[in-house]
Design a protein around this ligand. Sequence first.
Ligand SMILES: C[S@@+](CC[C@H](N)C(=O)[O-])C[C@H]1O[C@@H](n2cnc3c(N)ncnc32)[C@H](O)[C@@H]1O
Length: 539
Amino acid sequence: MNRQDLLVLQDVRERKGSYYTPRIWVELSQKYLADVFGTDWQDEYYVWDCAAGTGNLLAGLTNKYNVFASTLDKADVDVMKQRIHNGANLLEEHVFGFDFLNDDFAPKSKGRKLPNALYDIINDPKRRKQLIIYINPPYAEHGNRSTFAGKGEHKAKVSTTNKVYNDFKSIVGTAVRELYAQFFLRVYKEIPDAKLASFSTLKFINSQNFTKFRSYFKAAFLKGFICKANTFDSVRGQFPIGFLIWDLEKKETISKVNADIVLDDAIFKRSWKKGTKSFYAINARVFISDWLRNFYDKKSDEIGYLILPGVDMQQQGGVYITSQPTKSDVLQHKTARVTINNLMEMSVYLAVRHCIDHTWLNNQDQLLWPNKKWEKDIEFQNDCLAYTLFHGKNIIQSKHGANHWIPFMEKEVNARAKFDSHFMASFIGGKIIKNGYSDLFEQQETAFCTVREFSPEATQVFNAGRELWKYYHAAPNCNVNASLYDIREHFQGRNEKGKMNSKCNDETYNELIGNLRLALKALATKIEPKIYRYGFLKK
Ligand SMILES: C[S@@+](CC[C@H](N)C(=O)[O-])C[C@H]1O[C@@H](n2cnc3c(N)ncnc32)[C@H](O)[C@@H]1O
């Protein structure tokens, strides 16, 4: 990366959202512009970078008479002018200080800031169709705990004290907090029919917060690519940044965008493109959380709680089953009771949220209300149950009360005494739950008599789990009612901060838990295509 721009102190740059575009993405974005607008695009179109910083994005452009560069800070304008003296291919008259979110589009000839040539283009309905707003706008967002910088600080005043914010807050709702959205909105309204070629997150395509924005901002998507956010200087998150080219003349509702996936290390090789990725605009209440609500059971006794954070993949880590939800989970209404009546649906939820790994690419993909096909696929449901029973995110603990999640009978694991609850083994075996097995579920004894038949992959998971339980029950100080989590805790122990260790010295245990994880992975691979087929996720 070319770092000659690091003249501005780091903290000042972060406050203003100035993350420089790496040279590889500058070059690739210009290749995409040439693909869309033709090899002579630099002669046939005008270019305005209205968030130019020190002009990185314009490096490599050849026709300076058609290029304009403006930015907020005078110091950056001075650097650009200095660069012109050092040979940068820009016209001094076309480089100017301009606050794009506040200043008027008024010309130099009237004592204001826009170069007259640019003012004339913007005011000519024909010529402004040839104007490409080519930008990497600032990323700061107001009031968001985890900013793109990953610092967690509020960027108050960065984005809420300007004219564009005030003009649009009632039209596009919360989306207006995002600085890049403010740039897009001003371009859309005041330079109608121009082209927009911009780096940004994909939130304006797929976030629910941008629903109102999308009802207002209508444009035709032409072409674009996505790359990893952390290839940008100072951006640490694992999510995609897109460079997307739009024709604002064609008013099309944004519903789906197919972008090329590019990998930073491979760009100069022939295989820099790694397929495409679709991003969907989903506006209505059709998410997996809306679906699961149909199965909430407030009447029957609970056997545990499912914790449900937001519906996008980046929240995967927060999905788990517990015996005791935290206060904050309860306060934020993120808990659902798991009962005999909804155990299968809750298991489907946990499995579809965990079978596919969270990556930078799928970070913002949202889990959806499925179609009806899953209802008939009993094997899928049983696979999900097996996955849920043995998954590391099942953190049921016997210290909080009877453990209803032991998937075996005493004999199978050589237990020394009777379990307090046989609920899970009975549920799986299709046995009527009798008094003495579990008092708790006596009243529902006729409802669940289905013997659950498991696929070979799910059976492998049970087999690996059974070996682990057996090994634990052979230990001298074992707890008969132990859950999977209790067993892991027993062998792995905790560090001085109270966190469960990831490693353990007991080689037999390591092998057994390793076998269980492998079997779970194989089961996840089997479940995965059905997650798409049944519409929980879109490809
Ligand atoms: C992400 S940086 C991009 C810099 C450079 N164009 C590049 O691609 O490397 C965004 C730039 O927008 C500038 N900026 C922030 N707010 C602005 C505003 N209201 N008007 C114009 N420029 C602004 C920042 O100072 C910063 O230089």
